[in-house]
Write a protein that binds this ligand. Structure first.
Ligand code: GDP
Ligand code: IMO
Ligand code: MG
Length: 422
């Protein structure tokens, strides 16, 4: 049995959490493979909203194993808060959650370093969520990191202190005030609590599940345009967010990857700094933000809004080997008389459907095609929405399986008429 993948094709917040939660009843296992608590995945079940940061979005489904792979970075305090929230909702988290011992830990000092680095950047700041993601991945690749499995070792406290000392030296080079001690107590309490969870050797764990014929869905965080290698560098996150990261972030071989479900909003958003060619700094952008409730699930920051960008989506479909598309938030565009779709860019005296090497340094002008809008969406796609979906399919050369029309678990139109997975 293979591992299917669902990941964001834009700059994050495409609605991954909602769609993974919907699909989770067709899978035995939902696995996160990268990112950390910079993610905010919203699920609306029976009208109640839940935001998950580290825990996979299959946690509400009975009989679903939720696995956090080695590619994820974990803040013990955040994950424990999530666990408490879920337990209060009656979700038996301890039974359903498994964590790879190889996942790296976010220390309180990583968060301080994130904040110090951002504040030193001034106007050029990335717009990080300040969850310590960058410094933690730096320590991982610098071979200094602490991992979840290390919390079981008697040398843990000593290794923690060593790494903290390193961070304190580094923090001393910034003009930045901080108070670590107040964060450390809560952090160590959370570490203590995590010792009683199911911490596993992830490679054998996931590959045994594959061998047993279990259906596995890997849940992406962030979006492909935030990928450390292929996104709008340096305005990106610190992990690979694309399909390739499923292999390294779970420990599965490339030939085990099955369907790749790419998800995009019917328009586009971005939170934080960096290029966004189709951004609307006008009343239409504000309308999309208001109707779409476009405020960050992790930081509450207003999201920047704009038209869908098909050249960027084509790029991320290629990167990920997308086999099916999910288009979300179509309802947000209801009642627009007309809307636009970016089909090419003009830059360097040429018109192209390809992205330039560096979107940050290249002045691009998006070229748009106009579409007639739709009124309300019922059980079926209205004609004009259907035409829009067909246009996306033709441009991206990938079929659309689901059109999502509201935040609730079942507010969607399943175009594949039945099970998504073959
Ligand atoms: P994720 O990070 O990709 O999981 O997305 P977020 O949860 O950060 O942001 C998506 C937001 O849109 C959340 O508030 C969802 O509840 C909401 N949402 C998801 N799908 C739809 C949809 O089809 N229509 C509307 N109106 N809201 C949606
Ligand atoms: P989900 O999984 C949207 C953005 C931040 C910032 C940049 C770097 O909910 O889609 P970081 O904290 O990683 O150092 O921030 O990446 N970012 C996201 N934007 N959705 C996310 O996750 C994001 N995670 C990080 O806003 O611009
Ligand atoms: Mg989000």
């Amino acid at each position: 049995m293979s591992v299917d993948v669902l990941l964001g094709l834009q700059w994050g917040d495409e609605g991954k959490g909602k769609i993974v939660d919907y699909l989770a009843d067709q899978y035995h296992v939902i696995a996160r493979f990268q990112g950390g608590p910079n993610a905010g995945h919203t699920l609306v079940i029976d009208g109640k909203k839940h935001v998950l940061h580290t825990i996979p979005s299959g946690i509400f489904r009975k009989n679903c194993i939720n696995f956090i792979g080695n590619g994820v970075v974990i803040d013990p305090v955040t994950i424990l808060k999530e666990i408490m929230h879920l337990q209060n909702e009656g979700v038996p988290v301890k039974e359903r959650l498994y964590i790879s011992k190889r996942a790296n830990l976010i220390l309180p000092s990583h968060k301080m370093l994130d904040a110090a680095s951002e504040s030193a950047k001034g106007k050029e700041k990335i717009g990080s969520t300040l969850k310590g993601i960058g410094p933690t991945y730096m320590d991982k690749t610098g071979r200094n990191g602490l991992r979840i499995g290390d919390i079981l070792s008697s040398a843990f406290q000593e290794n923690y202190t060593k790494l903290k000392q390193k961070h304190l030296k580094l923090l001393g080079t910034y003009d930045f005030e901080f108070d670590l001690e107040s964060l450390e107590k809560e952090w160590f309490e959370a570490i203590d609590a995590l010792r009683s969870y199911q911490l596993v050797e992830g490679t054998y764990f996931i590959n045994n599940l594959i061998k047993e014929g279990k259906r596995i869905l890997a849940e992406g965080a962030q979006g492909s345009m935030l990928d450390i290698d292929f996104g709008t560098y340096p305005y990106v996150t610190s992990s690979n967010t694309i399909t390739a990261a499923v292999c390294t972030g779970l420990g599965v071989a490339p030939q085990k990857i099955g369907d790749v479900i790419g998800i995009s909003k019917a328009y586009c958003t971005r939170v934080g700094s960096g290029p966004f060619p189709t951004e609307l700094n006008d009343a239409t952008g504000e309308e999309l933000r208001r109707i779409g409730g476009e405020f960050g699930a992790t930081t509450g920051r207003p999201r920047r809004c704009g038209w869908i960008d098909l050249p960027a989506l084509k790029y991320t479909c290629i990167l990920n080997g997308v086999t099916q598309l999910v288009i979300t938030k179509a309802d947000v565009m209801s009642n627009m008389e007309e809307f636009k779709v970016c089909t090419s860019y003009s830059y360097d005296d040429q018109t192209s459907e390809e992205l330039p090497y560096d979107l940050c340094q290249t002045e691009v002008t998006p070229n748009y095609k106009s579409f007639t809008g739709w009124k309300d969406i019922g059980e079926k796609l209205p004609d004009t929405l259907d035409q829009y979906i067909k246009f996306i399919e033709n441009y991206l050369e990938v079929p659309v399986s689901i059109v999502s029309v509201g935040p609730g678990r079942d507010e969607l139109i399943n175009l594949s008429m039945g099970d998504l997975i073959a």
